[in-house]
Each structure stands twice: as structure tokens, then as C-alpha cells.
Design a protein around this ligand. Structure first.
Ligand SMILES: Cc1cc2nc3c(=O)[nH]c(=O)nc-3n(C[C@H](O)[C@H](O)[C@H](O)COP(=O)(O)O)c2cc1C
Length: 404
């Protein structure tokens, strides 16, 4: 089988060249320290991934405001106080010709109780679903607060550029604040930030345009966006296509396609093939901007076909890269053909049902911590192993699920 398509370089509108088609999507590493600074562990992890041959590394979500965290252990970029650490992180992720972008995020109402007493959202629509107990009800943002959030995203992007990273990715997927604005279910506003789709995408467009003005044309800006929220009154495929076309016209460098949120965690299913490839192909037929599709890739043949068949320019593999950090090198040498993701169990069916997604996330956090400390990946189906890792690291706050 040839996999040469995966090793062709890709030039973005910014002029940056990504050496191959492998994308390490954002995976929250929870390796920030108490002051939300990147730690040496986090830096080691990215050096390791860069050395493994991936062309584009996107960091786990970094928050734009220390008062709006998605979880304990988030890195925050809101001023220049950690510039030295950020520079070291950027350099580590640029080894071996790799690029590193920072994913910038605001969680909105998906900010759990252990970090947010009073989360904010476009409208005061509480979380629903199995995980809702973990979240306090949000309150509606004022217009001034929305403007302040736009300024904070832009400021963070400026600092990311100053620290030497190659780009930023705006997180508008997985049910976080910008996805909440896009979704008619979460956004019930009647001002210029709610109602029709032009209004619902306004905050995202303002953030993109503000960033572009601040960082210039030669710095890469990507957007991660859902194909759909998988709920009847949420952000639909038709909406998604319209937003993507608009972003493309505005000059975004890369669009990463995913789907789901905390209420419908479709993006971290363990079974099934590449989840969003068909949608990606539909998008690609309509825009010139390069796209990346993330979710469910497990075979070298499937990754190659997605690019070779023209469904996408880049292939994002998150969990596989936490198990096989040198995946691109292993594909190049023919060593990697396919992998099955582990289905972990506590041995108690009802408990698995309740905390299944948390078990999965703990498992990949454990692998990232092992890679960062020079240990080999530890495959298991025993859920108590990652759970005890997370309990040791974070105490009982791990019982607050989950992140995507
Ligand atoms: C431990 C973990 C943390 C994640 N954190 C983020 C995140 O910070 N931002 C994001 O956009 N997606 C995050 N995701 C979702 C992944 O980027 C990706 O969309 C998802 O895992 C599906 O891709 P895969 O099938 O290749 O794993 C996370 C996934 C995992 C497993």
C-alpha cells in the first residue's frame, strides 16, 4: 500500500508550509501548573510528538481568561507573564520541522463546578444530559462582556505569535462558548449576537477579524468547528457549511472538522470509522481553504484514502497519537497498519455507563503523562489504572466529568 499522499507538503494561505498531512489535534493535557503556566512535562510531550514526525501539532485547549477555565490544569494565555515558558514550548514543538499552533478556547457554560461558580453563556440555558450535575447553571453574557471576550481572544493570539508559535486555532467546536453562540439551542439572544445565523456567527467572525488584524497575513489562523451538534435544535450541517464558507472567504488558513459536545460526545466514540469524512468531502467541494478532518481514524489505509480521494487535505488523529506518538514515522516505514482503541471497563457495568467518557479521557491523559516523562505507553482495558492515575493527580475533582 502506498501512503505517499500523506507525506506531501501543504502550503497555507499564510505562506507557511506544513511538511506532511498529519495533524495532532488538540488534546487537553492538563499539564499547566497552579499559575496556569506550561510545565516542563508539557514541553517534553510536544518535543516527543514533534520528533515522531507529525507535521502540525495543535496544543490542547489553552484558555483566554483565568476566570473561565474548562478544567484544573489548563494553561492560560492572557498576558505576557509566562512568555519565557511559552517560547520554550513553541521551540519544543518545532523540532524536526514540525509546526505548533495553540488552540484558544473559552468554555462558556461547559465550565464545571470545581472551577466555575458562575459560568457564562450566550443565554441562560442549563446543561442537559448525564453530565449536567457537574455544572452550575450559566448566566447570560452582557454585550460589554462579549466585546471583552473578543478582545481577550485577540490579545491571546498576539501573545502566541510573540512567543514564536506558528499559528492559533480558534476552538468553535464541542459545545464550548463559540459553539454555544452558533447553536440556536444555546443562543436565545435577541440582540446582534443571536437570532439568525449571521448574528450567531458574529462573535466568531469578530474574533477572527480582530486576530487577523493583530497578527497579520503571514501568521496561520485555523478554526475547529462541528459538522453538527447531533441535536435537533442545535448547530446543523447546513449552518456549519454556511459558517465554513464565510470563514473561507474571510481568509482562514485551515478548517478542522469535528462534531458533538458534552451532551452528545460523538467525537470520542471508540467504535466506527472516520466519523466526519463524508461531511468533509462535501465541504471540500465548496471551498478552496484546506481542511483537516478529525475523529475515528485508526488505519493507515483509511488516513491515506481520505487525503488521496480528495475528502480532506489533512488527517487529525488524537487518541492514536497518544498511543503511538511516532505514528507518521511508523506509517512511513510500514510498521503501522491499524490499531484498535481500547475499551476500558471497571468491571461494574452500571459504573462504566456513568463514567465511561471520564475513563476514556483519564486513559489518554495518563498516556500523555507517561510520554512526557519518558515512559512507554501502557495499554490496558482495566479502567482502574487510569482512574487511580487521575485520582493521584487531581484528587476527587476527577469525579467531575469530562472534557472534549
Ligand atoms: C484526553 C482528550 C482531550 C481532548 N481535549 C480536546 C481539546 O482540548 N480541544 C479539542 O478541540 N478537542 C479535544 N479532544 C478531542 C480530540 O481533539 C478529537 O476531536 C477526538 O479525540 C476525536 O479524534 P480521535 O478519534 O482521533 O481521537 C480531546 C480528546 C481527548 C481524548
Amino acid at each position: 500500500m502506498t501512503t505517499s499522499t500523506l507525506f506531501a507538503p501543504l502550503t497555507l494561505a499564510s505562506g507557511e508550509v506544513i511538511k506532511n498531512r498529519f495533524l495532532k489535534p488538540a488534546m487537553s493535557e492538563v499539564m499547566g501548573d497552579k499559575s496556569h503556566r506550561p510545565t516542563q512535562q508539557l514541553i517534553n510531550l510536544y518535543r516527543h510528538w514533534a520528533e515522531g514526525g507529525t507535521g502540525l501539532l495543535i496544543t490542547g485547549n489553552v484558555m483566554i481568561d483565568s476566570n473561565a477555565l474548562g478544567e484544573v490544569g489548563n494553561v492560560v494565555i492572557e498576558d505576557e507573564s509566562n512568555l519565557g515558558w511559552l517560547r520554550t514550548w513553541a521551540e519544543a514543538g518545532q523540532q524536526n520541522g514540525a509546526q505548533i499552533w495553540v488552540q484558544l478556547n473559552h468554555p462558556g457554560k461547559q465550565s464545571p463546578r470545581n472551577v466555575s461558580q458562575h459560568p457564562v453563556a450566550p443565554s441562560a440555558v442549563p446543561m442537559a444530559g448525564a453530565n449536567s450535575f457537574a455544572f452550575n447553571d450559566p448566566r447570560e453574557l452582557t454585550i460589554n462582556e462579549i466585546h471583552e471576550i473578543v478582545r481577550k481572544f485577540v490579545r491571546s493570539a498576539e501573545i502566541v505569535k510573540k512567543a514564536g508559535f506558528n499559528g492559533v486555532e480558534i476552538h468553535a467546536a464541542h459545545g464550548y462558548l463559540l459553539n454555544q453562540f452558533l447553536s440556536p439551542h444555546d443562543n436565545r439572544r435577541s440582540d446582534e449576537y443571536g437570532g439568525n445565523l449571521t448574528n450567531r456567527m458574529r462573535i466568531l467572525v469578530e474574533i477572527y477579524e480582530g486576530m487577523r488584524e493583530a497578527v497579520g497575513d503571514d501568521f496561520s489562523i485555523g478554526v475547529k468547528i462541528n459538522s453538527t451538534d447531533f441535536s435537533e435544535d442545535g448547530f446543523s450541517e447546513a449552518d456549519s457549511l454556511t459558517v465554513i464558507k464565510q470563514l473561507s472567504e474571510l481568509g482562514v488558513d485551515l478548517i478542522e472538522i469535528s462534531g458533538g459536545n458534552y451532551e452528545n460526545p460523538e467525537m470520542i466514540k471508540t467504535t466506527g470509522g472516520a466519523f466526519f469524512v463524508n461531511y468533509a468531502a462535501k465541504v471540500k467541494a465548496q471551498i478552496a481553504t484546506p481542511i483537516a478532518v478529525t475523529g475515528g481514524f485508526k488505519t493507515a489505509a483509511g488516513m491515506n484514502a481520505a487525503v488521496a480521494d480528495g475528502a480532506t487535505e489533512m488527517v487529525g488523529t488524537a487518541r492514536v497519537l497518544a498511543l503511538v506518538p511516532d505514528l507518521p514515522m511508523q506509517i512511513r516505514s510500514g510498521q503501522f497498519q491499524s490499531i484498535d482503541l481500547d475499551f476500558l471497563s471497571t468491571g461494574i457495568k452500571s459504573l462504566d455507563g456513568k463514567i465511561g467518557s471520564m475513563i476514556g479521557l483519564s486513559y489518554y491523559e495518563m498516556q500523555m503523562a507517561r510520554i512526557a516523562t519518558g515512559k512507554s505507553v501502557r495499554r490496558t482495558t482495566n479502567a482502574w489504572i487510569p482512574l487511580s492515575f487521575s485520582l493521584r493527580k487531581q484528587g476527587l475533582s476527577i469525579l467531575i466529568p469530562q472534557r472534549n
